[in-house]
Structures are given as structure tokens and as C-alpha cells.
Design a protein around this ligand. Structure first.
Ligand SMILES: Nc1ncnc2c1ncn2[C@@H]1O[C@H](COP(=O)(O)OP(=O)(O)OP(=O)(O)O)[C@@H](O)[C@H]1O
Ligand SMILES: [Mg+2]
Length: 250
């Protein structure tokens, strides 16, 4: 049997915007059924990395693969990938139900399939009571959940989420993470970016992004255990990451 291809591969990605080196040799790999966190401060390169994996940006060097396919050149990637960008644009003057219908039409979902999926997604995001509400009248957390539902309508095998929990209240944040765990248990591969260090522990593996490359990568409990050995008695991710970032600067 041929070895399974990784769900996501970023191989030595470089990308410069004028004087800014946004990606400087970023490499990571994510398997099916894995929840991978790209964690790093503002401007670290998380969005640029996600855009490169989604095929929205041509790297100067290196390449990205999604399920073994080239996201820049293979149109089949679109059907198998879900993306929730950092500035997710729903139609603000359309209702919850209308937004879902709009995104279903984009991926040409047959009506009965759409009905069934929309119902399920409205249920798990708890948006069912609000289908008639306009998107611009939703709370920040509800808006993000609607965006997530729209990104999931076509049942992608790989899901890329750029800071989906930013500005979301703690309860909705917890719900969103619980949802993601359900999806990966079903075999989906999820890449999620977040500036919140405390969200690291909710991922199977994390990569700490800084100045466009990974400073540290691994399973959260292993990274914490290693820090303990190195002299932080009760390390938090924040301490661990700050130490790495300061170490890299020194
Ligand atoms: N289109 C662009 N034109 C110019 N500079 C850009 C562009 N996109 C990104 N950059 C710069 O590249 C660097 C990395 O940006 P990126 O958006 O990837 O960071 P990020 O980790 O997503 O940050 P944040 O947490 O604030 O979203 C930043 O310095 C940013 O200003
Ligand atoms: Mg970003």
C-alpha cells in the first residue's frame, strides 16, 4: 500500500512583502484526524502561512500541499478544503439562513443535502433559534460560529481557521473548541491559528511561529514536560513561549 499523504504540508515557505520577511522557512505537517495549532504573536506570519496553504498566495520559495495536491494549481483542492479567514466576510445584510444558502450555492450543494447539513450545523453551533437574524445583528461569537458553519457546509477534509476565537467570549470559545474536537475525531485535519497561548493545550500539536518560522513544535504536554526538566517548575505556555522568543532574540 502507498504511504498515506499528509493532510497538510508546508515545506520551507518563504514570502517577503517589501521589507518584511513574513515567512522565513516555515515547515510543518498535519495528519488527518489531527488538530494543529499555529501559535504566535501579532505579525508572526500565521495568516501568511494559512494563505499559502489555502493557495491564496504564491510563496517566493518552498511549497504547500493539501492532501498531496498543489493548492495553487489543482482545482480539486477547493472541494476538499475549508477556510475561515481572519477577516471573514459574511453578507452582513443577509440573515443566518440566507448566508448558509449563499455559501451552499457557491459549492453547488444539492438542495436536500444542503437542508440536512444546514440543520445539523445550526444545531451544533446553537444558531438554530437565530436563522432569521441578520448577520450584522449577531454577537461576535455567533458571527464566528456562522462563519464556521459556512466554511463546513461542503464537508471539507481539511479545515483552516485563522484566529477563529479572537473576540469570542469564553463560553463560545469552549464550545468552538469542543466542535473542532468532534470534527477531528471524525478524521478531519484542522489547522488553527491563535495568538492566545492558553489555547495551545487544546491542540494535539502546536507550532510556535515567530518571524515567519517555527521556534518550537510538539505536543503541548511534551513541551511543558521538557520545560519542567529545564528548570521551570510549573511552566505555562505563555512563559514557555516568551522564553523561546527571548532566546531567539538573544
Ligand atoms: N499583503 C501584505 N502586504 C504587506 N505586508 C504584509 C502583507 N501581509 C502580511 N504582511 C506583513 O507580514 C507580516 C506577517 O503578517 P501575518 O498577517 O502573516 O501575521 P499574523 O501572524 O497573522 O499576525 P496577526 O496575529 O496580527 O494576524 C507582518 O509584518 C505583516 O505586516
Ligand atoms: Mg493573522
Amino acid at each position: 500500500m502507498a504511504p498515506a499523504v499528509p493532510a497538510v504540508e508546508a515545506r520551507g515557505l518563504f514570502r517577503r512583502f517589501g521589507a518584511v520577511q513574513a515567512l522565513a522557512g516555515l515547515t510543518f505537517q498535519v495528519e488527518r484526524g489531527e488538530l494543529y495549532g499555529l501559535i504566535g504573536p501579532d505579525g508572526a506570519g500565521k495568516t501568511t502561512a494559512i494563505r499559502a496553504v489555502a493557495g491564496l498566495l504564491d510563496p517566493d520559495q518552498g511549497e504547500a500541499r493539501v492532501l498531496g495536491l498543489d493548492p495553487l494549481r489543482d482545482p480539486a483542492v477547493r472541494e476538499r478544503l475549508g477556510l475561515m479567514p481572519q477577516q471573514y466576510s459574511l453578507y452582513r445584510d443577509l440573515t443566518v439562513a440566507e448566508n448558509l444558502q449563499f455559501f451552499a450555492r457557491l459549492s453547488a450543494l444539492p438542495r436536500p443535502v444542503f437542508r440536512e447539513r444546514a440543520e445539523r450545523l445550526l444545531g451544533i453551533t446553537r444558531l438554530a433559534p437565530f436563522t432569521a437574524r441578520r448577520a450584522d445583528q449577531l454577537s461576535g461569537g455567533m458571527y464566528k460560529k456562522l462563519a464556521l458553519a459556512c466554511a463546513l457546509l461542503h464537508q471539507p477534509e481539511v479545515l483552516l481557521l485563522d484566529e477563529p476565537t479572537n473576540g469570542v467570549d469564553p463560553v463560545s470559545r469552549r464550545e468552538l473548541w469542543a466542535l473542532l474536537h468532534e470534527f477531528v475525531e471524525g478524521g478531519m485535519a484542522v489547522v488553527i491559528s491563535t495568538p492566545y497561548m492558553d489555547e495551545a493545550e487544546r491542540c494535539h500539536r502546536v507550532g510556535l511561529v515567530h518571524h515567519g518560522r517555527l521556534l518550537l513544535e510538539g505536543a503541548p504536554e511534551r513541551l511543558l514536560a521538557a520545560a519542567r526538566v529545564e528548570g521551570l517548575p510549573r511552566p505555562t505556555f505563555e512563559e514557555l513561549f516568551i522564553r523561546e522568543i527571548e532566546g531567539a532574540a538573544a
